[in-house]
Design a protein around this ligand. Structure first.
Ligand SMILES: Nc1ncnc2c1ncn2[C@@H]1O[C@H](COP(=O)(O)OS(=O)(=O)O)[C@@H](OP(=O)(O)O)[C@H]1O
Ligand SMILES: Nc1ncnc2c1ncn2[C@@H]1O[C@H](COP(=O)(O)OP(=O)(O)O)[C@@H](O)[C@H]1O
Length: 558
């Protein structure tokens, strides 16, 4: 009888040790040098520990590393695409001793594994640049190779029931009598085009389906991630339940190049899959990456032997179009003559979501659309930051307070005022007005505003924020999370000085306050603020009105 595909290299690997050994390692670890792993490193470790990287039983040594880079093979000749190496910093590299263990911990310090240091060497930066497309001018890097003993898989608290190991999935497949299994390692929402192609592939190959979204990143870093997985949970019910399985894979999203595809094929084989769907996700430009283009690329011709050896059938995702008269998706190549084909790019979908415009039923399922709408709400439900900057006495606080009041009156979103004075009292009490301290102060404000924006509130900030670079950093922090409106309160210093509400300009002129902005410390005028407001001839209400109009025009207010 035909069986489930065997793991790559024969045996499934499980590097988790017994509880007795784990206790022993933990006790010794007290004296061990240790390394905190980032998310990407934790993903690699998880795949080592759970056998996703079988037959590897540890991090590659230098001979394997060079061999993988040169020929996509381990030193013993087996096809292997990615250098699974453990990078360490120079100080650690210089202090480690060969033959001694190094403890690996998560960012919170929880001990996950121990690597027996067998080799320490310096990366071949040029070769990595040539083979992996990394920066050719990267600083020196050190690697450690050696066998790994695992105490625990990296701790994850998101969707725990879906995080199944190769052994768990294989056991399930075997119990159900599955033999051919097609993996769909998703990284974007599953739309009808993907759904119909995946089902077709299953029928054509008489195979079962493992819907395996790549969930290797830090979940808290990306709000989209939760919506993505929830939409898969909602849509999995559309697949025949006896023949399909949903699980999350700890694979980290990489570039999708040849090496990446080969590595995924190996990993999916270890997870019990005989076939792998290549492509089908949206790329950065919102187009479907067509697996057919990828697999026909000349790079693939060079690795034909590798693909055969890995033994996983690659199923390229074609360009799927919707044929209205048949109410069905089909590959573009199969489109009947004269038939009208519909497509929508991912970029167009994003635009429609943002504008709150209709997305046609043929494109997506209602349950997926609901999650997408929740994840990418239209602008009038996104958060935003209004960031005032300008000299002391320019009118920032006055306008900010008036704007806050108007926005609260409108309702709908929470409004938080981060005025210079308030922040300096509560968040930055220890800071003065040196360049360094001002930067820390303004970045703190930016950070708080970014959290508020991320959580769909309104942050109104009103520091002097005199330096261009700092303002640029704040913008970069907030823009990916929602709206950002820089308002330059351009009241000239003469007017501010005439107002001199707190008598600070007089003191500054008399030399009693050092480093006073505009007098004895620079104010770098914003180059491209969204708005510039000179309050000399503009009332507070007029200023607020201009900001509200701008927000409305950008779609943040309805
Ligand atoms: N040396 C010096 N330079 C500028 N401002 C000074 C200084 N010393 C004290 N103050 C008072 O502190 C307020 C500015 O604080 P900020 O936090 O907005 O400044 S900064 O963004 O960190 O540069 C500012 O308040 P506003 O008038 O509300 O802007 C001043 O009252
Ligand atoms: N059109 C205007 N807009 C804002 N403030 C004005 C205006 N006209 C006069 N002012 C006065 O200018 C001063 C500005 O102070 P403030 O708002 O604390 O400035 P900043 O926060 O920029 O230091 C206030 O006393 C305010 O009443």
């Amino acid at each position: 009888m035909e069986q489930l595909i065997t793991p790559y290299g024969g045996e499934l690997v499980n590097l988790l040790v017994s509880s007795t050994r784990a206790l022993e390692l933990k006790r010794d670890a007290f004296h061990l040098p240790s390394l905190d792993l980032n998310w990407r490193q934790q993903c690699d470790l998880e795949l080592l520990l759970n056998g996703g990287y079988a037959p590897l039983t540890g991090y590659l040594g230098q001979a394997d590393y060079l061999s993988v880079l040169h020929s996509m093979r381990l030193a013993d000749g087996r096809a292997w695409a990615l250098p699974v190496v453990l990078q360490i910093h120079e100080t650690l590299a210089r202090s480690l001793k060969l033959g001694e263990p190094l403890a690996l911990r998560d960012p919170e310090g929880f001990m996950l594994a121990v690597v027996m240091v067998n080799e320490i060497w310096q990366a071949d930066i040029e070769l990595e640049a040539e083979q992996l497309g990394r920066a050719a001018d990267a600083p020196p890097k050190w690697y450690v190779g050696g066998a790994v003993e695992g105490l625990s898989l990296p701790l994850r608290h998101d969707f725990m029931a879906l995080r199944l190991t190769p052994a768990e999935l294989r056991a399930g497949f075997t119990r159900l009598g599955w033999r051919n299994v097609i993996a769909y390692p998703a990284r974007t929402q599953l739309q009808r085009a993907q759904y119909e192609f995946i089902l077709r592939a299953a029928v054509q190959n008489e195979a079962n389906l493992l819907i395996h979204p790549m969930a290797g990143g830090d979940p808290v870093e990306s709000a989209d991630y939760f919506a993505l997985v929830r939409s898969y949970q909602a849509v999995i019910g559309r697949f025949p339940s006896a023949t399909s399985q949903l699980a999350l894979s700890p694979v980290y999203v990489r570039d999708g190049g040849v090496r990446d595809t080969l590595a995924r094929a190996i990993i999916q084989r270890n997870y019990g899959c005989s076939h792998l769907i290549v492509g089908g996700e949206h790329d950065a430009h919102g187009q479907h990456r067509r697996g057919t283009d990828i697999v026909q690329h000349e790079d693939y011709q060079r690795v034909a032997d590798h693909i055969t050896e890995i033994g996983v059938g690659l199923i390229p995702f074609p360009r799927m179009v919707y044929v209205e008269e048949r109410a069905q998706f089909m590959p573009l190549e199969e489109l009947p003559k004269g038939a009208r084909a519909l497509t929508l790019t991912g970029a167009e979908i994003q635009r429609r979501l943002q504008a709150g415009v209709n997305i046609p039923d043929w494109y997506t399922f209602p349950e997926v659309l609901a999650e997408m709408r929740r994840s990418y709400p239209p602008r009038d439900r996104q958060g935003f930051t209004v960031f005032f900057t300008g000299l002391s006495g320019a009118g920032k606080s006055t306008i900010a307070r008036a704007l806050g009041t108007r926005l609260m009156e409108m309702g709908g979103r929470s409004v938080t005022l981060l005025d210079g004075d308030i922040v300096r009292r509560h968040l930055s009490a220890e800071l003065g007005f040196s360049r360094e301290h001002r930067n820390i102060n303004v970045l703190r404000i930016g950070y708080v505003a970014s959290e508020i924006t991320k959580n769909r509130g309104i942050a109104i900030c009103a520091p002097i924020a005199p330096y261009r670079n700092t303002r640029r950093d704040v913008r970069a922090m907030i823009e990916p999370l929602g709206g950002f409106l820089e308002v330059f309160v351009a009241t000239p210093i003469e007017t501010c000085e005439l107002r001199d509400r707190k008598g600070l300009y007089a003191k500054a002129r008399a030399g009693l306050i050092k480093e006073f902005t505009g007098v004895s410390d620079p104010y770098e005028v914003p180059e491209r603020p969204e708005l510039s407001i000179d309050t000399t001839d503009l009332s507070v209400d007029e200023a607020v009105q201009r900001i509200l109009l701008k927000l409305e025009h950008e779609g943040y207010l309805r």
